[in-house]
Design a protein around this ligand. Structure first.
Ligand SMILES: C[S@@+](CC[C@H](N)C(=O)[O-])C[C@H]1O[C@@H](n2cnc3c(N)ncnc32)[C@H](O)[C@@H]1O
Length: 351
């Protein structure tokens, strides 16, 4: 993740400090001596924190844990100038690593609480561009008169609000080109829109903290705020519920009892290990009304490189369909339809 092409967007300086602190933690374990420690002197601050997290969240993915640690650090840095120096690229890496370990020690309880009880809820105002065109084309291609939509891991519910908002679409669509050609814009025949996220439901303030410390992310966050204002009129039509999708019977019951035929689950599954991802997909596709679709956009390389992969799953099947690749997970760049695109959304003719 340190080598990520978008390292200048703010997080890679933290990733470098974390990697140096981890190496240091291995060679100079901290004062909390434990009899099981190889050196006999016990784990360092970072190890102490990671052990607590893995005990509480055994299914968390490494990439999510690393991003969440950065978000927690950024949050405590709002009121701690020494912790804020962890993000200053001008300081030598070894100094930042030391500041990081010290900040982890000073704020152990607060950081452990954030990392065990919350998730990265970053959301982007441009992410809905692909579901808008794909689901519009899917409904037209399969003659689906009513789409009852559930957005799983919705964060603050931006995507369900933005769908079919032509003003928001027209502002952001020019930043994303499709090759060889984009499907036509169509309104999705939305009959109901729901979103679920894990309790406690993320707030806009938490989402701000999930943005990187850089001008680039300040601009992305201002787009979120603008999109929320533009879609304020739809907010009342959307049911946002606190529901932990790891509670599989509750998830299946929600999908089933709300007659959901299209689910979206974007930038959520990567937060878990592979068996957990598979169980969520099987639960949702098993409960969707037919014909139905689960659309899932995830970072293509577990956050190590730019880009996102768009997959689809038909109701009743866990076989992944390759719908598209996106060059940049902030949806500024290029979309290339995948081998299964036409079967789901129909053929696209070049202009
Ligand atoms: C990175 S955000 C993505 C938000 C939104 N889907 C988007 O693409 O903009 C991931 C969201 O998934 C949610 N999430 C993670 N685990 C969850 C769970 N077990 N149940 C429900 N939501 C969960 C997180 O709380 C977070 O808000």
């Amino acid at each position: 993740m340190q080598q990520h092409q978008q390292g200048n967007h703010g997080w890679s300086v933290f990733h470098e400090g974390l990697s140096l602190a981890a190496a240091d933690s291995r060679t100079h374990p901290g004062p909390d001596a434990g009899p099981d420690s190889a050196s006999g002197s016990g784990p360092g601050e970072l190890d102490r924190l990671l052990s607590a997290v893995w005990r509480a969240r055994p299914r968390i993915s490494d990439s999510h844990l690393i991003t969440l640690l950065g978000i927690a650090l950024r949050t405590v840095a709002d009121t701690d100038t020494d912790a804020a120096r962890v993000f200053r690229p001008q300081l030598p890496g070894a100094v930042r690593a030391g500041l990081l370990s010290a900040a982890l020690a000073r704020h152990h309880d607060a950081i452990a609480a954030m990392v065990t009880e919350q998730s990265n809820s970053y959301t982007g105002a441009r992410r809905f561009l692909v579901p808008q065109l794909l689901l519009g084309a899917y409904a037209a291609h399969h003659r689906i008169a009513e789409v009852r939509l559930l957005d799983i891991g919705t964060s603050i519910g931006l995507l369900p609000r933005q769908l079919n908002n032509r003003t928001v679409y027209d502002r952001f669509a020019p930043g994303l080109s499709w090759h060889p050609a984009a499907p036509a814009y169509r309104d999705i025949p939305l009959a109901a829109r729901f979103g679920i996220d894990a309790p406690p439901l993320p707030t806009l303030d938490w989402v701000r903290g999930c943005h990187g410390p850089s001008d680039y992310y300040t601009e992305r966050f201002s787009e979120v705020v603008w999109a929320l204002e533009q879609t304020a009129g739809t907010a009342g039509d959307i049911g946002i519920h606190a529901l932990d999708m790891l509670d599989l019977p509750a998830l299946a019951d929600f999908v089933h009892s709300h007659h959901i035929n299209v689910a979206t689950c974007n930038f959520v599954l990567y937060q878990y290990d592979e068996p957990t991802r598979e169980r969520i997909i099987a639960t949702v596709t098993g409960a969707l009304r037919r014909p139905g679709l689960l659309l899932s956009m995830e970072p293509g390389y577990e956050l190590r490189r730019m880009g996102a992969r768009v997959r689809g799953y038909r109701a009743g099947s866990t076989a992944p369909l390759h719908l598209a690749d996106v060059s940049d997970a902030h949806f500024l760049g290029r979309v290339t339809p995948g081998a299964d695109f036409a079967g789901i959304a129909g053929a696209v003719r070049s202009a």
